[in-house]
Design a protein around this ligand. Structure first.
Ligand code: HEC
Ligand code: HEC
Length: 324
C-alpha cells in the first residue's frame, strides 16, 4: 500500500513539475520566432489604374476592418475589440508607409512572406492576422501596389504600432497549436471568372477566405487543405461582433433546410454587398463586400451550391442588430 502511495505521490509531483515548467517556458518564450521564409517577390512597379483599383478593393474587403483607424483615416491600426477577451489585448499594426512606425522599410518579399505565412521580417510570429495562403500572385501584387500608392489610407502615419498584450492562454496557444502556415510554392494563378465554379472556389479559399469564418471552428480549420476543414462552410464558428457579443457564422452550403439552398443569386448578392440577408441585417464580423462584381457574386453562388451540403441549423444568436 505504502509503495503505491509513494508511486502516486511521485507521479503527482512529476505532473506538477511538468505543468510549472511548461508555464515558465511559455511565459519566458512569449510569442515564438521563426525563420523568415524566402519569397521570390519582384518589387512591384507603380501600379496601373486597374491594378490599384483591384488593390483598393481587396484591402477594403480583407484588411481595412482590422487595420483602418477611424480617427486617423489611415491604416494605422487599432485595438481589435472583436477578438475573444481570453486572448488579452490584440492590436492591428500600423501598415502605412511610415518607415519607422509603419511598413515603409519592409521589402515586398518581407510583406509577402508575412501575408502568406504569418512570420514578420523580425522573425516574430504575428498573431490573429489571417494568412493569405492561396491568394493569387496577381491579387497579392495588387495589394502591394495599393500599399505603395498615394491613397490617403496608406500615407505615412507616425502613430507607433501598439505592443501586443497577449494573455497566458494566447501565449500557450502560440507555443502549441497556433503556427505559421508553411509557404506553398507558386505560381498562384486564379481561374478565369467565366469558369464560375472554379472561380467561386478561388474566392472562397483564396481571395476572401470565407471558409475561415464559415467552417466549424478556427482551431480545426486546415489552412493548407481548406476543404478538409471540419464542417467546411457549414457555419457555427463562435465569433464576436463589434460590441464584443457572441455571433455564430452561418451555414452557407446549399442545404435547403439549414443552408442557403433556397436562396436566389440576388439574395446572396444582397447579403454580400449590403449585409442584408433574408434573416435580417448581418452583424460584424461578416465583412461588407460593397465592391463585389456581378461575376464574383455569380461565381460564389455557383460554387456554394456545388459544395457538399451540410445539415447544420445554426441558431440566430442574440437579436440580429446591424452593427455596421
Ligand atoms: C483579423 C484582423 C486582421 C486582418 C483581416 C488583417 N490583419 Fe494585418 N495584422 C493584424 C494584427 C493583429 C497585426 C499585428 C500582429 C502582431 O503584432 O502580432 C497585423 C500585422 C500586419 C502586418 C505587420 C506589421 C508590423 O509592423 O508588424 C502587416 C504588413 C499586415 N498586418 C498587413 C495586412 C494586410 C495587407 C491585410 C489584408 C490583405 C491584413 N493585414 C489583414 C490583424 C489583421
Ligand atoms: C470575418 C468572418 C467572416 C468572413 C471572412 C465571412 N463571413 Fe459571412 N458571415 C459571418 C458571420 C459572423 C455571419 C452571421 C452574421 C449574423 O448572424 O448577423 C455571416 C453571415 C453570412 C451570410 C448570411 C447567411 C444567412 O443565413 O443569413 C452569408 C450568405 C455569408 N456570410 C457569406 C459569406 C461569403 C460568401 C464570404 C466570403 C466572400 C463570407 N461570408 C465571409 C462571418 C464571416
Amino acid at each position: 500500500m505504502k509503495q503505491i502511495f509513494r508511486i502516486l505521490g511521485g507521479l503527482l509531483t512529476l505532473a506538477v513539475v511538468v505543468v510549472v515548467v511548461f508555464a515558465l517556458y511559455v511565459q519566458a518564450r512569449g510569442i515564438p520566432r521563426y525563420t523568415v521564409p524566402q519569397v521570390a517577390a519582384a518589387a512591384v512597379a507603380p501600379g496601373a489604374p486597374a491594378q490599384l483599383a483591384l488593390g483598393e478593393k481587396l484591402v477594403q474587403a480583407s484588411c481595412a476592418d482590422c487595420h483602418l483607424n477611424q480617427q486617423t483615416g489611415r491604416l494605422s491600426g487599432h485595438q481589435l475589440l472583436d477578438t475573444p477577451k481570453e486572448f488579452g489585448a490584440v492590436y492591428a499594426a500600423n501598415i502605412t508607409q511610415d518607415p519607422a512606425h509603419g511598413i515603409g522599410a519592409w521589402t515586398d518579399a518581407e510583406i509577402v512572406a508575412l501575408l502568406r505565412t504569418g512570420i514578420g521580417r523580425d522573425q516574430r510570429y504575428r498573431l490573429i492576422m489571417p494568412h493569405f495562403v492561396y491568394m493569387s500572385d496577381e491579387d497579392v501584387q495588387a495589394v502591394l501596389a495599393f500599399l505603395h500608392s498615394g491613397h490617403p489610407w496608406v500615407k505615412a502615419d507616425p502613430t507607433p504600432s501598439h505592443e501586443q498584450e497577449p494573455s497566458f492562454l494566447l501565449k500557450a496557444l502560440a507555443n502549441t497549436v497556433m503556427k505559421p502556415t508553411p509557404l506553398v510554392p507558386g505560381p498562384h494563378v486564379a481561374p478565369a471568372p467565366t469558369d464560375t465554379v472554379a472561380y467561386g472556389h478561388y474566392l472562397v479559399v483564396g481571395r476572401y477566405q470565407c471558409y475561415e469564418c464559415h467552417s466549424h471552428d478556427f482551431k480545426t480549420n486546415n489552412a493548407l487543405h481548406p476543404e478538409q476543414s471540419a464542417g467546411y462552410l457549414g457555419g457555427g464558428n463562435a465569433l464576436v461582433d463589434a460590441q464584443g457579443q457572441p455571433v455564430l457564422s452561418r451555414n452557407i452550403t446549399g442545404d435547403r433546410a439549414t443552408g442557403i439552398g433556397t436562396w436566389t443569386p440576388a439574395q446572396l448578392a444582397a447579403a454580400l454587398r449590403v449585409g442584408q440577408s433574408p434573416h435580417g441585417p448581418l452583424r460584424a464580423p461578416m465583412p461588407k463586400y460593397t465592391t463585389m462584381t456581378d461575376a464574383e457574386t455569380a461565381a460564389l453562388y455557383a460554387y456554394l451550391q456545388s459544395v457538399p451540403k451540410l445539415t447544420n441549423n445554426v441558431p440566430l444568436s442574440s437579436p440580429a442588430v446591424a452593427t455596421r
